[in-house]
Design a protein around this ligand. Structure first.
Ligand code: ZN
Length: 309
C-alpha cells in the first residue's frame, strides 16, 4: 500500500477505527468481555484522542460493559492518533531496507522517543512462524561495525553479533540472532525452523555436515566455497542476498542496532522479504498482529537483559 493510498484510506480517526473493526470482527462485533454478539452500537461526538467516536455496549445481563474496536489493544495504550499509527505501519512495510525512527519522527510529526517506541511495537508485530520446507539454504553471518572507529580496538570475530539465516529456495526467509556459531546453538535453531523433510543446502562448514548426518540424513547439499560459489543448483546465493539486504539496513538505515533489539530487526526484514510482492497483505497482516498482540511496554523494551532468539 503506497503512502497516497494510506492518506486517502486512513484520512480520519473514524476511517481507521472502521478498518480496525472489520479486521477484528470480520463476522460481526462480539463483546470483548463476555463474547456474546448481543451488542448495540453507540455513536458519539469524538472528544480527545482516546475517546472513540463509535463504541459498543454489551446487552448481556451481568456484563453490560462498553468497548471500542481498539479496547484491549496497544492502540489504546497510546495517545497517538490512529492516523499516525497507520502511516507508520505503511512506511515500515514499504521500506525495503528499513526506516529509522528519526525518519518516522519527521514524517508523522511526533517526538523521537514516541517514534522509536512506535517503530518497535510495529516491528514486534512483524513475525512469522512455521517450518521451512523444500530446499533450505542455511548459513550464518557476522555483523560488524560499518568501519572500525578511530582509537577503538579491533572487534574480535567471536564478539560480533551473529545472525543465522535460513531460506527456502523461492520462498520464505527466517533470520535469527545467535549468541555463538557453536553447534550446540546452531543445531536446535535449525531444528526449530526447518522441516525434517527439507533438503539442507549449506557451505562446507563442518558443523552443518555433522548436524545433517543426524537430522537431515542423505538430504544435505554442500557448496565448497574454497572451490566455487555456484555449481548448477548447488549454491547458497539466496541466503547471501538476504544477508546483504539485512546489512544494508543495519548499516545504512539504522547505523547501529543494539543486540538487544536485533531479533526484532531480523523479524522485520524476514517478514518484509516474505511478502515482497504483496504490499497490501503485508500491511493487513501487520495490523492484524498489532490488534491481537499484547502491548510491548516501553519499560520492557528498554530493560537490560537480552533473551536469546
Ligand atoms: Zn459482554
Amino acid at each position: 500500500m503506497n503512502l497516497i493510498d494510506v492518506t486517502r484510506q486512513f484520512a480520519t480517526e473514524e476511517k481507521c477505527l472502521e478498518y480496525i473493526e472489520k479486521m477484528r470482527w470480520p463476522h460481526g462485533v462480539g463483546c470483548i468481555h463476555c463474547g456474546v454478539m448481543n451488542v448495540s452500537k453507540i455513536t458519539r461526538e469524538t472528544v480527545g484522542a482516546n475517546k472513540r467516536g463509535t463504541i459498543y455496549q454489551c446487552l448481556e445481563k451481568g456484563c453490560g460493559k462498553q468497548f471500542s474496536a481498539t479496547s484491549g489493544t496497544i492502540f489504546n495504550d497510546t495517545h497517538l492518533p490512529l492516523t499516525k499509527w497507520m502511516m507508520a505501519i505503511a512506511m515500515i512495510c514499504e521500506a525495503k531496507k528499513g526506516i529509522s525512527a528519526k525518519q518516522v519522527q519527521r514524517h508523522i510529526g511526533v517526538n523521537y522517543r514516541t517514534a522509536w517506541h512506535l517503530c518497535h511495537r510495529i516491528r514486534a508485530a512483524m513475525k512469522d512462524g512455521g517450518l521451512l520446507t523444500g530446499v533450505v539454504e542455511a548459513d550464518e553471518t557476522y555483523l560488524t561495525p560499518k568501519k572500525p572507529r578511530k582509537g577503538k580496538p579491533y572487534v574480535k570475530k567471536e564478539k560480533r553479533d551473529i545472525v543465522l539465516g535460513m531460506v527456502e529456495r523461492g520462498g520464505r526467509l527466517r533470520l535469527v540472532p545467535i549468541a555463538d556459531a557453536k553447534m550446540e546453538i546452531i543445531e536446535p535453531m535449525l531444528e526449530k525452523h526447518i522441516s525434517p523433510d527439507a533438503t539442507l543446502q549449506t557451505d562446507g562448514h563442518p558443523t552443518y555436515a555433522i548436524i545433517s548426518q543426524r537430522k537431515w540424513t542423505g538430504r544435505h547439499r554442500v557448496i565448497d566455497h574454497t572451490r566455487s560459489y555456484v555449481n548448477g543448483d548447488i549454491h547458497a546465493n539466496t541466503i547471501e542476498n538476504a544477508f546483504s539486504l539485512l546489512k544494508r539496513g543495519v548499516y545504512g538505515t539504522f547505523h547501529k542496532v543494539s543486540i538487544k533489539h536485533l531479533g526484532r530487526y531480523c523479524d522485520e526484514f524476514s517478514f518484509r522479504f516474505n511478502r515482497r510482492d504483496e504490499q497490501k497483505q503485508m500491511f493487513d497482516s501487520t495490523l492484524k498482529n498489532i490488534v491481537n498482540e499484547k502491548a510491548l511496554p516501553y519499560a520492557k523494551l528498554t530493560a537490560s537483559p537480552v533473551s536469546e532468539a
